[in-house]
Design a protein around this ligand. Sequence first.
Ligand SMILES: Nc1ncnc2c1ncn2[C@@H]1O[C@H](COP(=O)(O)OP(=O)(O)OP(=O)(O)O)[C@@H](O)[C@H]1O
Ligand SMILES: [Mg+2]
Length: 210
Amino acid sequence: MFKTNGLLVSLEGIDGCGKSTQFELLQARLTELGLPLIAVREPGGTAVGEGIRQILLQASYSLTTEAEMLLYLAARAELCKQTILPSLRENKIVLCDRFVDSTQAYQGYGSGLDLNWIKQLNWQVTGGRLPDLTFVLNLPVEEAVKRRSNSLDRLEMRDLNYHRRVQQGYLKIACQEPERVEVLDATMTKENLFTNLWRKLQPFLNCIIK
Ligand SMILES: Nc1ncnc2c1ncn2[C@@H]1O[C@H](COP(=O)(O)OP(=O)(O)OP(=O)(O)O)[C@@H](O)[C@H]1O
Ligand SMILES: [Mg+2]
């Protein structure tokens, strides 16, 4: 579990499940403890990545699924090379609001692109470095819709069945990689959810605190 440098942690789950809320709580706790931390969100985090984010979120574009997936991967390639991999080499904690599993869940399970193709591309752009720990925040699609704001962007406007496939996709990923992926019940209050998340993360922090 502690073979590589640094600690790569990702937060995953359908839109509105509470990732960014937990991301902020986690960022605050780790900072309080004085641990070396880089926090990134996908897509984005680099100049090119933020540009790609704008393209992806604009409701007026109708992109093919292939182009959409490749744009996510292009943004990830930039982020990995510029920020994530160098930070891990410096033995930092890298916290990602979405990462490789989002592409599998959304463009793979949700939109039907070949899962192995996505896996290969992910492998290449990340230099084969998977997260050490991934939290999937598990929330029924209906609950997530209720939590989201009224202004839905292009990605959020897709139908409920699409989001159900994404949700199921996340659970399949967790079944395939139980060592890496931890599914958390996201129906609870944000405080209780954070308590559970923190409990699971703590053993992994040993590799940073030397
Ligand atoms: N545990 C919780 N219980 C109830 N509401 C929550 C909880 N966590 C977050 N929320 C609320 O749900 C909404 C969505 O949360 P958040 O933005 O963290 O989700 P997200 O997974 O980051 O969404 P997106 O994928 O769209 O970025 C926010 O209004 C947030 O305040
Ligand atoms: Mg968010």
